[in-house]
Design a protein around this ligand. Structure first.
Ligand SMILES: [Zn+2]
Length: 221
């Protein structure tokens, strides 16, 4: 089953199967553009080549998004991949773009990786959030990206804790509950978060946020 057929089945499990789903990658498109064309015989998705760098799940979500344009009147339950795609597009452009990860972030990652993950975690993309970023930290599954608020520049102790939290998201992933809610802070996640060695770190974080007068501050997902 190709990714197009998978996307269709997840989105419309109760509708008749369709065949001849084609997916092309084109260098002609601008970054992250895509479209869909169809006739009675086949459906053709054309994606910009840049999409090849993203996860299967995210591309599946994109294709589901396009399927909804082909079949606008059909009923569906939103699949996880489509939800992921919608979140991803909401967040596009929000981050300051850096080609190489900042050394302060890389050093924090190295400390946490060595201390808590036996040095075995692969380094994700790491970025500072920039001015428009309103969270303390965030992990973007689709692009394997940790984003951390600029307020933690030169705040090594707190930066490490936020880094640790976001790396736990990378490690644990997410789950869908029985009611369809997406769960990010699972029991296992919270148990592992408690292993953090600085026991009063939450208190320190609170004080710091108060000092910075951040009204709306919340952790990642
Ligand atoms: Zn979180």
């Amino acid at each position: 089953m190709n990714i197009g057929e998978e996307a269709y089945k997840e989105l419309f499990p109760n509708y008749p199967e369709i065949r001849n789903i084609e997916i092309n990658y084109s260098g002609k498109f601008k970054s992250l553009n895509a479209n869909v064309k169809y006739d009675i015989n086949r459906i053709i998705f054309s994606l910009s080549k840049d999409w090849m760098e993203y996860s299967d799940d995210l591309r599946k979500g994109l294709i589901q998004h396009l399927f909804l344009k082909v079949y606008p009147r059909r009923r569906y339950n939103k699949p996880l991949a489509l939800d992921l795609y919608e979140k991803f597009t909401e967040n596009l452009g929000k981050y300051t773009k850096v080609e190489e990860s900042d050394s302060e972030l890389v050093e924090s990652f190295d400390r946490m990786n060595y201390e808590y993950f036996d040095g075995e975690m692969e380094i994700p993309n790491l970025r500072w959030g920039g001015k428009a970023f309103t969270k303390l930290g965030h992990y973007e599954y689709a692009s394997n990206l940790v984003v951390i608020s600029d307020i933690f520049r030169n705040e090594k102790e707190l930066l490490d804790y936020i880094m640790y939290h976001e790396l736990l998201h990378k490690k644990h992933g997410y789950r869908k509950s029985k009611t369809g809610r997406i769960m990010h802070h699972t029991k296992e996640f919270l148990a592992e978060e408690k292993l953090y060695k600085v026991k009063d770190i939450e208190q320190k974080l609170k004080w710091f946020i108060r000092k910075k007068r951040l009204k709306k501050a919340f952790l990642g997902f």
